[in-house]
Ligand binder design. Structure first.
Ligand code: C2O
Length: 555
């Protein structure tokens, strides 16, 4: 196994998109940020230096961080932020995970521009569980605002309203041909007839689940969230923010140019639906067409034929999403916990807080003079600001969090529309849930559909979990337990909880530390749709978190 050392300098860089240039926070001046390529079993050592004027941290989305929770990255959960002028070295080993993960800032809305791919190939000398592709290409789906994303979210927090939706979706940082001032820089993925490309699709958008497709080509899904899947073919993918999907694409069509396209599944936070589509180009090349780079931008292709556009599902096409997610299977029988030590029920959704007394009306611009909020089980999670939760757990500092989440068994609500008013007004708190090392855990995630039904991408840090079932309406323990897949369910780190529905996940708490669990729509995490799972140390060194690194940023 190798050790890969990298330097990340976080800095303001002028970036031009949609006819406008403004300073974006980038890593090493690159947007999207550098792609990290490793083999299973390798160690990453990434020194992050903050030359921007914002606090920053970097999260390695999906990396299990076994006993190295100090390198996980969410600010005020596993570390205090790296202040302007400061630096911190993240050091961790990737073990037993293969496929595609990614890294992103975990501080305010900085991840709008601070993100990149993390490619994990099989151990050296080992093979993929499918024929070796001729190429592999990261496809990062993102969102672009005409304004500074930090200002967008700050403005929303001040007013209590919903933040502005983005001005474009992007593929590898580029909006593509259908947006103004963009077609010269559209991302091009070259391919030769007969070759196979492993597309590593990552939804790095802040607030938008996205459909993804390629004109005229079948996609063979072989993995997601750095776990392999039993291969299946599909025309369309749906990825919630945070999720990754690896697909094989074979150049078996007439040599031509084909659009790779993504657009919204559902609209974020009740905003008017935005039907813009981001595109890249799959371009067939003749065998002797010079250098074959991974991907590049299409400078100087003015005279080429217009690419073929694929059909995309409608923004409310939940049937396509359901058919897709229900195709996911692990390649073989897996070890899902069949007996459970703890079964938890987390109701996830939005809420509207009454305008607090003494608040100016211009700070309550949610529906009917309220402020938007979100919660798990009626609690809006609040980050501490003077110490991280992991430090408080490790050093036994009192008063930073309470461990009464989720409290007494939640009252049974009818989430199909007739919801108690009390759930519309979540209570703020820094409430965590404690788990014994090795306990077998089940969590039912139920969309409350309060304010608006949504597909919530729920991400758990430090873990992969099996998704044993999903469905619509209220989760019914008696009826729905019978449908659990305890044979070959998929292993993921982010589950797209069906709109107006529920999903059930299971895992063994084998990684001690403080692990954030949250909706990966950034607008929802800001409103409090989060909690922390505190996993205690087990017996001996191998079941305990390592001591903190000496350069861990303090508050
Ligand atoms: Cu991808 Cu808490 O993050």
């Amino acid at each position: 196994a190798k050790i890969h050392a990298h330097e990340f300098v976080v800095e303001a860089t002028p970036v031009k998109r949609l006819c406008k240039t403004h300073n974006a926070i980038t890593v090493n001046g690159q947007f999207p940020g550098p792609t990290l390529e490793i083999n299973n079993g390798d160690t990453l050592v990434v020194k992050v230096t903050n030359k921007a004027r914002y606090n920053v941290t970097i999260h390695w989305h999906g990396v299990r961080q076994m006993r190295t929770g100090w390198a996980d990255g969410p600010e005020f959960v596993t570390q205090c932020p790296i202040r302007p002028g400061g630096s911190y070295t993240y050091r961790f080993t990737v073990q037993g995970q293969e496929g595609t993960l990614w890294w992103h800032a975990h501080s305010s809305w900085l991840r709008a521009t601070v993100y990149g791919a993390l490619i994990i190939r099989p151990r050296e000398g080992e093979l993929y569980p499918f024929p070796k592709p001729n190429h592999d290409t990261p496809i990062l789906l993102g969102e672009r605002w005409d304004a500074n994303p930090i200002d967008v979210v700050r403005q929303a927090t001040r007013t209590g309203g919903a933040p502005n939706v983005s001005d474009a979706y992007t593929i590898n940082g580029q909006p593509g041909d259908l947006y103004k001032c963009s077609n010269k820089d559209t991302t091009v993925v070259p391919i030769h007839a007969g070759e196979t490309n492993l597309l590593r699709v990552i939804n790095a958008a802040l607030n938008q689940p996205l459909f993804f497709t390629v004109a005229n080509h079948k996609l063979t899904v072989v993995g997601a969230d750095a776990s392999y899947l039993k291969p299946f073919t599909t025309k369309v993918l749906m990825l919630g923010p945070g999720q990754t999907t690896d697909v094989l694409l074979t150049a078996d069509q007439a040599p031509s140019r084909y659009y790779i396209a993504a657009r919204a599944y559902q609209s974020a936070q009740n905003a008017p639906f935005d039907n813009t589509t981001t595109t890249a180009i799959l371009e067939y090349r003749s065998p002797h067409h010079g250098n074959h780079s991974q991907y590049h931008h299409s400078k100087g292709v003015k005279n080429k034929r217009r690419p073929i556009m694929p059909p995309l599902p409608a923004y409310n096409d939940t049937n396509t999403v359901t058919a897709f997610s229900r195709s996911f299977r692990s390649p073989r029988k897996v070890e899902v916990p069949t007996e459970i030590d703890q079964s938890l029920f987390f109701a996830v959704g939005l809420g509207l807080n009454k305008c607090p007394k003494n608040f100016k009306p211009n700070r309550c611009q949610g529906p009917n003079g309220t402020r938007f909020t979100a919660s798990m089980n009626n609690v809006s999670f609040v980050l501490p600001n003077n110490v991280s939760i992991l430090q408080a757990q490790y050093l036994g500092i009192p008063g930073v969090f309470t461990t009464d989440f989720p409290g007494k068994p939640p009252v049974k609500f009818d989430y199909t529309g007739n919801v108690s008013r009390s759930l519309w007004q979540p209570i703020p708190g820094t409430k965590a849930h404690k788990l014994k090392f090795g306990s077998r855990v089940e969590i039912v995630l139920q969309d409350t559909s309060i304010v608006t039904p949504e597909n919530h991408p729920i991400h758990l840090h430090g873990y992969d979990f099996y998704i044993v079932a999903e469905g619509f309406g209220n989760f019914d323990p008696k009826k729905d337990r019978a449908k659990f897949n305890l044979v070959d369910p998929p292993l993921r780190n982010t589950v797209a909880v069906p709109v107006n529905g529920w999903a059930v996940i299971r895992f063994v708490a084998d990684n001690p530390g403080a692990w954030l669990m949250h909706c990966h729509l950034d607008v929802h995490i800001g409103w409090g749709l989060a909690t922390v799972l505190l996993v205690e140390n087990g017996v001996g060194k191998l079941q305990s978190i390592e001591p903190p690194p000496v350069d861990l940023p303090l508050c």
